[in-house]
Design a protein around this ligand. Structure first.
Ligand code: G3H
Ligand code: ZN
Length: 282
């Protein structure tokens, strides 16, 4: 299958009143597991690499991006490549050459006016480079470098401000704060579905849910019914991967070949992806 543009997968999902799920890639095993899980589910998928993951790879984007796009090209389902949570414009400028069709530019921690100015400029550049740009309004907390206030309960995106933000920045998709938080290890978040519907009506671009690992299945389905189109999942894969590594090494602490524990870890990622895509396709 070809590597397809994120814009195409999102537009298709929006047209069908469904969602497309974007899973975070940190290692090659994540990318392999995600594509295998999507193939098992027979569903398209977005591979997304965050600025934090690039930092983990020594600040080098190309090696992990090339691996992900190569896997995408050889997959049996449509796969798109997205650069996630970019705060550094120098990284944004590398996206098109590294094979990405879309970027999430993250100025969500900035005050409103500064967020608008930075994001409008990023969107202008992205569109000239042929990239689809997602941005965030109403901070979704929980990332390692989040400002403390972002964790405050009740942070929500206001529909009128969201409409103004999209008009002024010309972004192609909007991540909104509706009750989820990044890096939750329990699936206990409750979303504000009425707010999602109000945002869908107020905003002319697709809505994106971040921090979806902490959201229970039924809440995710309801969020899609209310208008969420792109669902971002990261931590759930890390939980599966790490649990598999830990189980394998606990069973046999003498193991040294990484294939003996990374193989089951990759399979665990594939199983989690398959399960989540089945839930969201239902
Ligand atoms: O952008 C990535 C997602 O928001 C992932 O959030 O790790 O809480 O699932 P999560
Ligand atoms: Zn996120």
């Amino acid at each position: 299958m070809p590597l397809v543009p994120t814009e195409e997968l999102v537009a298709r999902a929006a047209g069908e009143r469904r969602c497309v799920t974007a899973f975070n890639v940190i290692t090659l095993e994540h990318a392999e597991g995600i594509v295998a899980g999507a193939e098992a589910a027979g569903r398209p998928v977005i591979l997304q690499i965050s600025e934090n993951a690039v930092r983990y790879h020594g600040g080098r984007l190309a090696p992990i991006a090339l691996a992900a796009s190569s896997l995408a090209r050889s997959g049996a389902v449509d796969v798109a490549l997205h650069l996630d949570h970019v705060t550094d414009v120098e990284l944004l400028y590398q996206a098109a050459d590294a094979g990405f069709s879309s970027v999430m530019f993250d100025a969500g921690a900035l005050p409103y006016g500064e967020n608008v100015a930075a994001t409008a400029s990023a969107a202008r550049w992205a569109h000239e480079a042929g990239l689809w740009l997602e941005a965030e309004l109403g901070y979704v907390g929980g990332k390692p470098d989040s400002p403390a206030s972002a964790h405050a309960a009740g942070v929500r995106t206001a529909p009128a401000e969201a409409a103004d933000y999209v008009a002024r920045t010309r972004v192609d998709a909007l991540a909104v704060a509706v009750g989820s938080s990044h890096a939750m290890t329990e699936r206990s978040a409750t979303l504000d579905h009425a707010l999602i519907e109000r945002l869908r009506k107020a905003v002319p671009v697709p809505l994106v849910l971040h921090g979806s690992s902490g959201v229970p299945d039924e809440e995710l389905r309801a969020a899609v019914r209310a208008g969420m189109v792109k669902i971002n999942v990261g931590t759930a894969l890390n939980i599966s991967l790490t649990r598999a590594v830990r189980d394998t090494l606990e069973r046999d602490p003498a193991l040294t070949d990484p294939r003996t524990y990374l193989g089951p870890a990759r399979d665990a990622v594939a199983t989690t992806v398959h399960e989540m895509l089945a839930v969201l396709a239902a």
